[in-house]
Design a protein around this ligand. Structure first.
Ligand SMILES: Cc1cc2nc3c(=O)[nH]c(=O)nc-3n(C[C@H](O)[C@H](O)[C@H](O)COP(=O)(O)OP(=O)(O)OC[C@H]3O[C@@H](n4cnc5c(N)ncnc54)[C@H](O)[C@@H]3O)c2cc1C
Length: 405
């Protein structure tokens, strides 16, 4: 069988699914090929990690009909950033800055469920799953790219005027085009779990840095919190084997007692942490988005927010191309996408990496500079506001859906 689409998205993770939804009703014929079966428990990134969603991401997901007022998202009203052993902390309060909230926290599994429900309601989307891309071919000057998909025991050839690689950090699309990537292994693992706090978090997201790695506590309701605890990779097997009591003692040692005593930890899952930056994000009739284009340390809670902005910008350009009856895979459209995403991509990947390096470094002058930085930022409202707005996803050339409300 040989099908031709305007757009073929390979990878139906958080970013690929969002892009497919953003293109629904655009008039473009779109196919979404996902290697896993379309069930929340089978897709690798629709798991127990808790996502801090920036305000711009929430706006867009609401405008796309993925989230609504009933969605289980806990607003982030306060942010508290500190480092063990340094003076001072940065405290951001939504009221002080005149903002309803900085964003919200949502388990990836819940966001995955919401995306799958919204995908079911798409009117003009061909969903191919489980369907794994296994070969890609394009001839010079051709009007489409050919992708071979494996669907169980069968194989199928699909042609598309534009191929979107939304297939995650180990992107097949990226390697099929021989696009190199700069990788850095942080030699850290992040343990993700939930726990109960003695004191209500009252919408506060905590980020605490320590010599042996950062720890984040995200509000998930009054007394339930999502924990992301990074440890040196060689320590991961020991932390994985701790019983609940010993694990909570370890978390207190790293995080302190700001939220009172911790109890009832959920299941723990470790993730190895690495950074990846594709050398380029386009190839003939092809573009990379989300983790396939760049993967960042989860510490700054930027990965999906950044990938969603890739998807929204691309959707905007494709809708414009459709309205103007121009080629969705044209080189100039891809060049405009690269240009519009460059500033945000560079700033966000550097921000996430700098944060890990700066906060992980224990050299005395750096510690002093950090304490001074905390002190200044905490007492200077215009700087705080700028810091907060960037964290809320208003970075670079923002798509219209992200700006809504
Ligand atoms: C512990 C942790 C905490 C995080 N916290 C945050 C946070 O608070 N905020 C935030 O914004 N981000 C966060 N992130 C980052 C976020 O999870 C990722 O940025 C996001 O999942 C990237 O989405 P994606 O769709 O690009 O890639 P993925 O989610 O990896 O999806 C890729 C999809 O492609 C499919 N696929 C792969 N190969 C093929 C193929 N050959 N053919 C077809 N399909 C294929 C896979 O099955 C998968 O479904 C966190 C990450 C981690 C690990």
């Amino acid at each position: 069988m040989n099908d031709t689409y305007d757009v073929l998205i390979v990878g139906g993770g958080l970013v690929g699914a969002s892009l497919a939804i953003a293109l629904d009703g655009s008039g473009l014929s779109v196919a979404l090929a996902e290697a896993a079966a379309p069930r929340v428990d089978l897709q690798p990134s629709y798991d127990e990690r808790n996502l801090a969603l920036a305000r711009a991401s929430l706006n867009a997901l609401e405008a796309l009909g993925v989230l609504d007022a009933r969605s289980p998202a806990t607003p982030i009203r306060r942010i508290h950033v500190s480092r063990r052993g340094d003076f001072g902390a940065v405290r951001l309060d939504h009221g002080e800055l005149g903002l309803p909230a900085f964003g919200a926290v949502m388990p990836a599994r819940e966001l995955g469920n919401a995306l799958l429900r919204r995908l079911d309601a798409c009117t003009s989307l061909a969903r191919l799953a489980p369907a794994q891309a296994i070969a890609i071919a394009i001839e010079a000057g051709a009007d489409a790219v050919s992708v071979r998909l494996r669907l169980g025991d069968a194989e199928r050839e699909v042609r598309a005027r534009l191929l979107v690689g939304a297939d995650g950090t180990e992107s097949f699309v990226r390697s099929a085009f021989g696009i190199g990537a700069e990788r850095h292994d942080y030699a850290q693992s992040a343990f993700v779990t939930t726990l109960t706090t003695e004191r209500p978090l009252d919408g506060t997201a905590y980020e605490r840095f320590t010599d042996s790695g950062p720890v984040a506590l995200l509000p998930l309701g009054e007394r339930r919190a999502g924990l992301v605890l990074s440890v040196p990779a060689e320590e991961a097997p020991r932390v994985a084997s701790l019983d609940d009591e010993a694990f909570l003692a370890f978390v207190h040692e790293r995080f302190g007692w700001r939220a009172g005593r911790f109890s009832r930890p959920g299941k723990r899952k470790p993730y190895p942490l690495a950074r990846l930056l594709a050398e380029r994000t386009t190839a003939p009739r092809t573009v990379l988005v989300g983790n396939a284009a760049q993967t960042v340390h989860p510490l700054g809670a930027q990965g999906f927010n950044l990938g969603l902005r890739d998807a929204l910008t691309l959707a905007e350009l494709l809708r414009e191309a459709q309205a103007a009856a121009t080629d969705p895979g044209a080189a100039d459209l891809l060049a405009r996408h690269v240009e519009r995403r460059a500033g945000d991509r560079h700033a966000t990947t550097s921000f996430s990496d700098d944060l890990v390096r700066l906060m992980g470094n224990d050299v005395l002058p750096l510690r002093l500079a950090r304490s001074l930085g905390f002190h200044v930022l905490d007492r200077f409202p215009p700087l705080k506001r700028r810091f907060a707005l960037r964290g809320m996803g208003w970075r670079g050339d923002v798509s219209t859906l992200g700006l809504m409300r």
